[in-house]
Design a protein. Structure first.
Length: 219
């Protein structure tokens, strides 16, 4: 269950910005892309499992060995039914900047403007791009980007969390023994979701937010 922070004027302003963005008609040249990341644990078996046979599922021992962690970046375009997923060893500023750079220069190179929805993690700031790329290169990369930040303690407004939850249930929520295996499985999941053009039907509007939350607004 979510714990919502104080609904201050700044909170409402950011919430309205994101909700109004989600309510806009789909525009291929101005995609709305929600980005988030998830740390996942790598787990190895202590004994060789029994392979699957006709009518019998595969079996593995309850014991396991932790084999470290890795990070998964997820960018989802809810209206376009597209997602880009990248597995990295870490999730520091250089990895995040490289992921966004790949989005802008490859996946969305032809877009006129790109709207990025992000939470308030300290690696998501515009200044991080300048730290990694330098001011001139960062400005050139971000010239088509408009940042939209969810309110603090309101990452539930980022639709990337919905996509990550689906990925956890369908792909990551099992034993993945190393980064190579995790990367292979995540990419297969991404291809399947994209081929089916799975989108996200967001129905929570600004009007609904006011109806449910206005009594808690702090002036």
């Amino acid at each position: 269950m979510w714990c919502i922070g104080a609904l201050t004027e700044e909170y409402r302003s950011r919430m309205y910005d994101v909700l109004e963005l989600y309510a806009r008609p789909y525009h291929e040249q101005e995609p709305v892309i929600c980005i988030d990341e998830k740390s996942t644990q790598l787990i190895q078996d202590t004994r060789r499992g029994l392979p699957m046979k006709p009518g019998t599922p595969a079996k593995y021992d309850y014991e396991y060995v932790r084999a470290g962690t890795c990070n998964v970046f997820v960018a989802v375009e809810p209206r376009g039914g597209r997602r880009i997923v990248e597995l990295t060893a870490r999730r520091t500023k250089p990895e995040f900047v490289a992921f966004v750079r790949q989005l802008l220069e490859r996946s969305y190179a032809s877009a006129r403007k790109v709207h990025l929805v992000l939470d308030n993690l300290n690696t998501h700031l515009r200044s991080c791009f300048e730290d990694v790329l330098g001011r001139t290169s960062a400005r050139a990369l971000l010239r088509r980007v408009e940042f939209h930040y969810t309110p603090k303690h309101a990452s539930w407004l980022n639709m990337a969390e919905i996509e990550i939850s689906i990925m956890e249930r369908q792909c990551l929520g099992r034993r993945l023994m190393d980064q190579a295996t995790a990367r292979r499985e995540v990419r297969a999941w991404q291809r399947q979701r994209n081929a089916a053009r799975r989108g996200i039907n967001w129905t929570f509007t600004r009007q609904e937010a006011d109806r449910r939350l206005s009594r808690h607004y702090v002036s």
